[in-house]
Design a protein around this ligand. Sequence first.
Ligand code: GLU
Length: 295
Amino acid sequence: MRIARLTAIAAAAVLSLGVAACGGDDDSGETGSTGGEAKTFEAGSTMERLNKAQKIVVGTKFDQPGFGLKGLDGKPAGFDVEIGKIIATELGIPEGNIEYIETPSAVREEKIEKGEADVVVATYTINDKRKERIDFAGPYYVAGQNILVKADDTTITGPDAFKAGDKKVCSVQGSTPAANIEQYLADKGSQLVLFDVYTKCIDALNSGQVNAVTTDNVILLGFIARNEGKFKLAGENFTEEPYGIGVKKGDTAFRTFINDTLEKAYSDGRYEKAWKDTAGKFDDQVPTGPAVNRY
Ligand code: GLU
């Protein structure tokens, strides 16, 4: 009976979606069809809507090497992009049907609230302030704030170097590192330079407009790798930045689905492969996948 029903669902999915069925079982009880996997999503859920549309909009960064970097082919690549692909796959949506939109730090909540992005996977630290506007699945990675300086700089070895008031630091509007560095500054007005994206901070460091760039270690490691010999990290991480996947506030079913998806990817090797293919090229500390927080 169950087999007959699943067969009927699979057949219907093949007819409506034009995807070839080739067997496979379904342990999650969801519907849709990817490579022949029969799936059933709860009626009215975000998962059902996205599966029916056969399209998902993923908000990510376009200028962060290793996490979300738009290549010459116009396609973003990186660990966050791979996490987006894993979510799409579990929804029964082919990779080619993912639309990526750029979500700089300051506009991430807004893009989710307005429904312009179905998910935001964008080096996005989970915190209570952001949870007032959106919800987070994850974390799927834990980064930490650090400082990037020119390779020959010996004067900055940590955030305390800014207390004297003579050094300028660059970060990004609406980011947690921009807010957190303020406590180390003697004069925010003259010392903190903010842009919308990190590449502009890197330009400012190159031109001598600022002495340092601060954000998460893994983002900075990406810029170090792309600018060989030019930059280094100034010291140790001084915060914890658990990365989550932003979804619409109150969409608990979708958040649960993404948390289930992450746990599946942790155990079946897709998470590790995603890391090794992207950020793992310059950070060989392969994460094991932090426990998701089903708050
Ligand atoms: N993880 C931090 C944040 O979400 C910094 C990285 C970023 O700006 O995306 O604000």
